[in-house]
Write a protein that binds this ligand. Structure first.
Ligand code: SF4
Length: 357
């Protein structure tokens, strides 16, 4: 089958079969939480509704001690995902201290932190090499890094949606460096904006080359562009129809891409990147459950405190309990299994109670 030309229904059928062979009907999830330490950012990506200027009334920066206090609210998590805006005033010592303090207080919690863009910002401010930065973070307690800030790894697209962000080559260099040091990462693709299928093909090729060399990607996470509260959403609406964005049409278009992209990803990466993660934050619970029939074998995490998607207008909530995730997986006809970040030591859910606040 030529993947890139095949009808979507055939892709879905083949992806379902392959997923069943690889994962035997098991769908995993992780009990994690996000902790955003600052929303102040000077990068200005057009698709982002999270960024704030330092002078904005709702701008914030949390100290490492404040982040540790937030984690005290959810001591049962197995992973914390730390990400923030690119705050020009944050020193490298701040990031090191953040990781150290969390590891000291919660040695069992896996620290999944700092995208390649944040590593690049630490490099710019400290003048240390990427390698030296990653080694010091690893020694402080960093366990893995998110492969966000990838969007589409084609520079002509990057220039249009996030012109101040690191280049695709720098993203790749940082990821290869991390993998070489034994720091695994996820990888992502942002779809549903100005990209074409050829851009997605180039993006996939790049990820495949990296993974063939390093084996350091734990999973692929496709992320739908959320258009409701950011500049790119406004521009797309105006450019496409000379009028404000028609949200219903946009959702239908995004779904149309998702139902093809997920099976394509499963078939393209096969067991090279064995884990394909759906996104309930972007798709909502119902569509995320449906995507388990398109080749996904992982439901992502509980998140507890999701704000990046919400602030671009996402409306699918900030948190799910393990029980809600397990119910969604069971309802779709799959077997839920709680996992750790690196897909090792999978355990049955302990059935602990998870309080939303
Ligand atoms: S996506 Fe990240 S780097 Fe880009 S503007 Fe938003 S917070 Fe800043």
């Amino acid at each position: 089958m030529n993947l890139w030309d095949a009808p979507t229904s055939e892709l879905q059928e083949a992806a379902r079969e392959l997923n069943s062979r690889l994962h035997s009907g098991v769908v995993t999830y992780v009990v994690n939480r996000n902790a955003n330490f600052t929303n102040i950012c000077n990068v200005g990506c057009t698709f982002c509704g999270f960024q704030r200027k330092a002078s904005d009334s709702d701008a914030y920066i949390h100290t490492p001690g404040q982040i540790v206090q937030r984690l005290e609210q959810t001591p049962w998590i197995t992973e914390v995902c730390l990400q923030g805006g690119i705050h020009p005033g944050l020193s490298f010592d701040y990031y090191l201290d953040l990781v150290r303090q969390i590891k000291l207080r919660f040695p069992e919690i896996h620290i999944h932190a700092f995208s390649p863009m944040e590593i690049e910002a630490m490099h710019q401010s400290s003048k240390l090499s990427h390698r030296s930065i990653l080694i010091q973070l690893q020694e402080a307690g960093l366990d893995s890094i998110p492969g966000t800030a990838a969007e589409i790894l084609v520079d002509e697209v990057r220039r249009r949606v996030s012109g101040n962000k690191l280049s695709s080559q720098t993203w790749e260099d940082i990821i290869r460096c991390a993998h070489g040091l034994g720091i695994p990462s996820t990888c992502t693709v942002m779809y549903g904006h100005i990209e074409t299928w050829d851009h997605i093909r180039q993006h996939f090729e790049r990820l495949k080359n990296i993974q063939s060399d390093t084996g350091g990607f734990t999973e692929l996470v496709p992320l739908a562009f959320i258009p409701y509260k950011n500049r790119l959403g406004k521009v797309l609406g105006t450019a496409e129809k000379n009028q404000p964005l028609d949200f219903q049409q946009f959702e239908a278009r995004s779904l149309h891409i998702a139902e093809r992209l997920y099976p394509l990803a499963r078939l393209y990466f096969d067991s090279l990147i064995p884990n394909l993660q759906t996104s309930w934050v972007k798709l909502g619970l119902q569509l995320a459950s449906q995507s388990l029939h398109w080749g996904c074998n992982d439901f992502g995490g509980t998140l507890y405190e999701e704000s990046i998607t919400r602030e671009s207008g996402g409306q699918h909530g900030e948190c799910l309990t393990p029980q809600q995730i397990e119910q969604a997986i069971l309802s779709a006809g799959f077997q839920p299994l709680q996992r750790h970040t690196l897909y090792s030591h999978q355990t049955r859910s302990q059935g602990f109670s998870f309080t939303l606040s």
